[in-house]
Design a protein around this ligand. Structure first.
Ligand code: SAH
Length: 340
């Protein structure tokens, strides 16, 4: 049995054709699944009984369960249980431009970034496509509102789960599916170069965010072990090529860690590193965690860093904060539960 939410409309068409059903049935089914959000295949009343029967034999209608929701004014945090009893989380953020969800892509993570809570547990497995899709469905169901923006910035490294990630994007972007515009979808990576290259041929205008966090190799390797494999000069080269080829939006994420990467020297190095690139920098105030020793930069230091970048003609913004009260901040997902 396979989860029906793993399947793109093209693959569903192929499946139905082999049952002798018409092509448009796949599109009809997508509407039942994603617009009407049926809870039972039998609710798909305009689809023939025999076809429903085969579908019931071959597919499950979802595999994840919401087991906890923490609510704050602008943020909700959802804890999901997967079929094998593993847990992942998603965070809803209410913006003035719409509802945005941060989804997880793996159970655990192997990237080992020193400041990140999610990486304290090694990767157990990749999330399947449907398990990512369902995080959106569950949150929409809870809100009774549409989700318009998706960021893949929850637990896991999406480019370490590339096939399922790209299938996920196809499904949520589908006109018959959730209709989330590709420019409203952002994938965040720690910088896995071969996948950045591959992603440049993926035919959707999605946004790419790079977790940079340091402007030189020494510091970046200390904070993010992946930098040993894909050092900065190679990463920047790959991103320049990606930018030229796709003209898609590129963002550098830079968490400010007190006295570690928030110095004036670092700001100048960062400006040099990404000079003339068609990208902008998102400065992220660090969310201190219970387990690790990093501290958030002082506000004046954040402003100083920001000013230096501005003066050097870098497009820069400071991330608005969401969810630090309910530990819904980046990198804090799930670890609280594990400690219980
Ligand atoms: N693996 C991907 C996506 C998940 S992490 C990536 O590395 O981009 C999403 C973002 O949250 C990354 O930029 C990560 O570095 C950041 N992050 C992790 N822990 C954080 C913390 N405590 N405070 C602020 N941002 C954090």
């Amino acid at each position: 049995m396979e989860n029906i939410y793993n399947i793109t409309v093209e693959n569903l068409t192929a499946y139905l054709e082999q049952l002798g059903a018409k092509k448009y049935h796949a599109e009809e089914m997508f509407r039942w699944l994603y617009e009407k959000k049926v809870k039972d295949f039998k609710e798909m009343t305009n689809i023939k009984k025999e076809i429903i029967k085969s579908i019931e034999e071959d597919f499950t209608l979802g595999e994840i369960k919401t087991v906890n929701v923490e609510r704050d004014k602008l943020t909700n945090k959802y804890l999901f249980e997967l079929a094998d009893k593993e847990h992942v989380e998603a965070v809803l953020m209410r913006h003035d431009y719409g509802n945005s969800i941060c989804v997880s892509s793996q159970v655990g993570c192997n990237m080992g970034c020193k400041f990140c809570e999610s990486g304290r547990r090694k990767k157990v497995r990749n999330l399947k496509t449907g398990e990512m899709v369902e995080q959106i469905l569950k949150v929409e169901e809870d809100l009774k509102e549409r989700i318009s923006h998706v960021v893949v910035m929850g637990i896991g490294e999406p480019f370490d789960n590339y096939e399922n990630l790209t299938e996920f994007i196809r499904i949520i972007n589908d006109k018959k599916g959730l209709q989330i515009g590709s420019r409203h979808i952002t994938v965040s990576t720690c910088g896995i170069i071969p996948k950045i290259e591959e992603f440049s041929s993926f035919p959707y205008q999605v946004n790419l965010a790079i977790s940079l966090h340091a402007p030189n190799d020494d510091l970046r390797t200390k904070l993010m072990p992946i930098n040993k494999v894909y050092p900065l000069n190679k990463l920047i080269d790959a991103l320049k090529k990606y930018s030229e080829k796709t003209s898609r939006r590129l963002t550098f994420e830079y968490i400010l860690l007190k006295d570690i990467n928030d110095t004036e020297e670092c700001a100048k190095q960062l400006a040099d590193l990404i000079q003339k690139m068609n990208a902008y920098v998102n400065l992220i105030p660090y969310n201190p965690t219970e387990n690790l020793e990093f501290l958030r930069s002082e506000p004046f230091q954040i402003m100083k860093f920001y000013d230096i970048l501005k003066k050097n003609h870098v497009n820069v913004t400071i991330r608005r904060e969401f969810g630090s009260k309910i530990s819904a901040a980046c990198g804090q997902l799930r670890s609280k539960k594990e400690d219980l």
